[in-house]
Design a protein around this ligand. Sequence first.
Ligand SMILES: [Fe+2]
Ligand SMILES: [Fe+2]
Length: 248
Amino acid sequence: MGDQIRHIDLTNQLPARVPGAVLHALQALARGEAVEFLTAVDPAHAMAVANLQWRDMLAWETRTAGRGRWRTVVRRREDVAPSDAVDVLMRDHKRLDALFAHALQSVNEGRMRQTAADLQGFAEGLRRHIHVENDVLHPLFSRPQGSPEAESAVAMLREHEEILAQTALLEDFFASGLPRAQEVAAFFAILSGLLAKHEHREEIGLFPYWRAAISHAPTAVGAHLLATAREAVEGRASAKEGDADEDR
Ligand SMILES: [Fe+2]
Ligand SMILES: [Fe+2]
């Protein structure tokens, strides 16, 4: 990737000290930078701890390096291309959260023109995101009724309806001029709660299943889903069936 790599040898550390040492070394991990650790213990636990501290913003690859040692290269997740369509959706959750947080801040400060712009950006992104979930991944991986995966999918579809309805209700307030902050603040708060619960449930209940299904699908299918999801959430594709031919 042509980025700078810092090499850190932790093979002399006691196993119990490795997570702390990894965390310390990653403290100032900058964009475009990579850190490579050499460890004498499997770094999976240390990396899980570090990633939790980093609020899931790390990407890493571990390889065995012979003689009971492991080599792990760590980068910021934003510096690494998404690994699959589910990764695209998880990153998009963070992006949508940030857009919505900005809208909430604008409404709390009574800046209604800015709120209208923020809401519009969020709503467009939300519809593109839900399109990928409802129309691209869900039909492909739907499971027999009664299975836990099917129940998670039913819950997802229902919550999408609620979130879209709540978003449309908010947009209605802005359809003919700017409302006062007090008129809409409570509706923003309701949507904020719906969104947070929904994203969490998807990431815990449905995404692990989708991710496993993608990993068992032929490589070309996974690559096509990744490209389709990326283009759709970024608004680059018209997000409709038949886009497949334009991918190459
Ligand atoms: Fe969703
Ligand atoms: Fe989602």
